[in-house]
Design a protein around this ligand. Sequence first.
Ligand SMILES: C[S@@+](CC[C@H](N)C(=O)[O-])C[C@H]1O[C@@H](n2cnc3c(N)ncnc32)[C@H](O)[C@@H]1O
Length: 292
Amino acid sequence: MNRPASSNPFAAAQPAMTDVTLTRDDMKFIATLVYEQAGIVIREHKEAMTRGRLARRVKALGMNSVAEYCAFLKTPQAAGELPELINAVTTNHTAFFRERHHFDHLRKDVMPRLLQERAGRRGRIRIWSAACSSGEEPYSIAASCRDVVGPRSDLDFKILATDIDTDILTRAEAGIYPAELFERLPSDVKPMLKLEGGAGRGEARISDELRRMIAFKRLNLIEKWPMSGPFDVIFCRNVFIYFDTQTKASILDRFVALLAPGGFLYLGHSESLPQPHPNLRLIGRTIYERTA
Ligand SMILES: C[S@@+](CC[C@H](N)C(=O)[O-])C[C@H]1O[C@@H](n2cnc3c(N)ncnc32)[C@H](O)[C@@H]1O
């Protein structure tokens, strides 16, 4: 929600320049708030980047300084601003078929196995892309599963894609990307994405067929989750890096509880379990299987 400058009691007329100075105390205040709200730890080397991102919010609200923004955040009227703050500080970097080996594993090893072992039971297959950012990950999942799932009308196949950032989810749901993103993809995966033309100049849209396979929802990983599972596959990649050990361990326990026995968890390439988990077995590069 973009608050108009006039509705903000702290707003001055039109600021000529934003003062991005952030005192130690204000930085500490922001870091604590972001940790409480999203579990994200703002490390010291990321402070300059955080200041820049806050400055964008300050400007959007018509304020003069980051200090004024911090003062506003301490007032009861700021509740509606908290999601905007979180949207501003999240890092959304992602890509189609990022860490390609996960999608190859899903398509060649996991999907045939799920179809054989589980589809007969209830015909239900569930995949969760947690922290999906702008959608490249769930669309890559849909593209990897489509050939196996597509012709099977008896299958109840769904991908749930969630993120804390409401702005990025809106972009993910639209499924429209700069065409140049696709041009750089390896020639074997590009056709799998089933692009549609006509999205706009220099843009392409993911086809309806793939978009229909995914439900996008806002979900904060550190809050209560409304789903009861079970999931056959969970992707949670490149978000653990922002959390501390305790937060990671608690989320992992909840993933395991939602994973079907024999289900798979994919973490990001530079991520690992905070400690070995009794119910997870490492079976490939950052690929875990729930054992019991
Ligand atoms: C670097 S992106 C990773 C995207 C994708 N999974 C990938 O690996 O390419 C990290 C995402 O985590 C999301 N995120 C950060 N904190 C979160 C939280 N507490 N709950 C849910 N998502 C969160 C951010 O909004 C961002 O979109």
